[in-house]
Design a protein. Structure first.
Length: 334
């Protein structure tokens, strides 16, 4: 703990520094490649694996089963209705969920009887429902509207809060990178896109901007009187602010990602709580990507948008002149 505290103190004072702004071309290239791959993955892989709420179909819930092997349910459905592919999930404890495409009444009855026999339960322990795609489409439409409204409001409010539209643009660019990359990784995992996953994606929006605002606040503090300063250039002050908040960003990410990771890896994968996988995966990926996006995309992007302003160009020249004079004086003394 002492060494980590020392590490944080060195970052804050500038004794130790990592080049985030100066190497922004590298970070932007990596981010661009990640975004491109995230777009290509669902396009080349046949799109997202939408859940039954979006595509519609029949759903069976079997409780108090003796065995939670998903292959039992898959075999039962295949035998009852040849050619039908079933998605079987252990949603909690001794409860199984079986999802198929839309079935007729006779097919539904046949699958229900097959599941009853396969899992060794009574008819009272099996329920069947038909889920239409309309509800999922409504959720998607509302989520898109919510996303657009959120981005517009966030852009305006951040411009007013920081008194510069450039911070808003940089923050939104970082946010879009987070959303696209998270969606790409989610598509690569082949997890079902469910309403819970949509909620997870919307939750990422607030976390991503929260982390960005914290870093941008420090940037604003460091660059408040930048025109009068000859100590560091604007880009250097931005880089210092990122280093000064780096430990805080890491700590915030760890505090947020640990419980989500516990839900994902322990609750969902080990204990079989399938209903938590979609939500926790979206949050897990989004939290990690948000932290990297703030440090490697949003902050360097803000520096890029402002460094060519006439006043900042003049200030940078003054910094260089002071350093050149200092180096000359040192050389003469030597």
């Amino acid at each position: 703990m002492k060494s980590f505290a020392t590490f944080g103190n060195e970052l804050y004072t500038g004794e130790r520094s990592y080049e985030f702004v100066g190497k922004r071309k590298i970070w932007f290239s990596i981010a661009g490649i990640a975004v491109l791959l995230s777009i290509l993955i669902p396009l080349l892989g046949g799109g997202f694996n939408f859940g039954i709420e979006f595509r519609g179909g029949s759903q069976f819930t079997v409780s108090q089963v003796a065995h939670t092997d998903v292959s039992i349910g898959q075999a039962a459905v295949s035998e009852a209705v040849p050619g039908t592919v079933a998605v079987v999930t252990n949603i909690a404890g001794d409860t199984m969920q079986v999802q198929t495409d839309k079935l007729t009444d006779d097919q539904t009855l046949a699958v229900k009887n097959a599941l009853k026999t396969a899992y060794g339960v009574t008819e009272d322990h099996i329920t069947s429902t038909f889920v239409g795609p309309t509800w999922g489409q409504d959720v998607s439409r509302q989520a898109i509207i919510g996303f657009i409204v959120f981005v517009l409001l966030a852009t305006v409010l951040m411009a007013l809060y920081f008194r510069t539209w450039r911070m808003s643009i940089a923050a939104i660019v970082g946010l879009l990178v987070v959303m696209v990359v998270t969606a790409g990784v989610y598509a690569a995992s082949n997890f079902e896109v469910t309403p819970s996953a949509i909620i997870g994606f919307l939750t990422i929006l607030s976390y991503s901007l929260y982390d960005t605002v914290v870093v941008f606040d420090k940037i604003r503090e460091n660059t408040a009187d930048i025109v009068k300063s000859t100590r560091r250039t604007f880009a250097e002050e931005v880089n210092l602010a990122v280093n000064q908040t780096l430990v805080r960003s890491i700590n915030t990410m760890m505090v947020a990602v640990l419980p989500v990771g516990s839900i994902l890896f322990i609750g969902a994968l080990l204990l079989g709580a399938g209903t938590l996988r979609d939500l926790s995966l979206a949050l897990f990926i989004g939290i990690i990507v948000s932290t990297f996006s703030t440090v490697f995309v949003a902050a360097p992007m803000y520096s890029k948008l402002r460094e060519h302003e006439p006043e900042l160009v003049k200030q940078a020249k003054k910094v260089q002149q002071r350093r050149a004079a200092g180096s000359a004086a040192t050389a003469e003394v030597s």
